[in-house]
Design a protein. Structure first.
Length: 239
């Protein structure tokens, strides 16, 4: 498990391809790899990878299967690429973000970047039907970072996150531009809530559901609102 608090930026030092497999050597920031062992888990741009070899005090190898390369942004990495990294959480560790598995649900694209004073705003375009799990003020993981959704537009299929200077310093988000691919892991409690509501509605309403969904879509709403309220996602805004 990971906390979604990125601990530093690693650099892809070497890439080795084998049939159905690609190996990455990552060079970590000073101190990151202290006590790291073979078999340990490291979140790499949000993807949980396993250490397969250690290279001195600040580098390690990771094997990535073909499916993971296709389903995440790791397949587009080249030597010199920079990635967000976080080591697996220890028992009793403070969860400064929200619990993450390191299993990516989908990739999205940066649609727009705005830079108001002392901030950076990323508008992220989301493929259907994943927007049903994205709520303003809800949690979401982007390239391994636990962030709070500032604004979401279901009809247009995008959400925005605001990033403070400290987040930009500790991550690669400052390097992202329109068209860049991002790894997204949705918040599991939100997914369970939305899917449970949809299954219940399907059971009770049956043939009426397509008409109801069309009506709500025209109003810019989702079927989860029929449960009485959107998922409660209390907590501080993180950027």
């Amino acid at each position: 498990m990971f906390t979604g608090i990125v601990q530093g930026i690693a650099t892809v030092e070497q890439i080795t391809d084998r049939p159905g497999l690609r190996s990455f050597t990552l060079r970590f920031p000073p101190g990151f790899a202290q006590g790291l062992a073979i078999g340990a888990s490291v979140s790499t741009d949000g993807v949980c990878l396993t250490v397969t070899a250690l290279r001195g005090d600040d580098a390690a190898d990771f094997d990535v299967m073909l499916q993971s390369l296709n389903l995440t942004s790791l397949g587009s990495l080249v030597e010199g690429s920079r990635v967000n990294v976080e080591r697996a959480a220890r028992d009793g560790a403070e969860i400064g973000g929200h619990p993450l598995s390191g299993h990516i649900d989908f990739t999205a694209q940066v649609a727009e970047v705005r830079r108001p004073e002392n901030n950076q705003v990323l508008r992220i375009q989301v493929p259907s039907p994943w927007m049903r799990y994205v709520f303003a003020k809800g949690y979401i993981a982007v390239n391994g970072a636990s962030l709070t959704v500032a604004e979401a537009d279901r009809r247009a299929g995008w959400f925005e996150v605001w990033l403070i200077p400290e987040t930009l310093r500790m991550t690669t988000f400052g390097e992202k531009g329109p068209g860049d691919r991002l790894n997204i892991e949705i918040e599991r409690q939100t997914q369970v809530f939305v899917d449970t509501v949809r299954d219940t509605l399907d059971e009770r309403l049956g043939p009426l559901m397509p008409l109801l969904e069309q009506f709500l879509a025209e109003k810019g709403l989702g079927t989860e609102l029929l449960a009485g309220s959107a998922p409660r996602l209390d907590g501080p805004i993180r950027s």
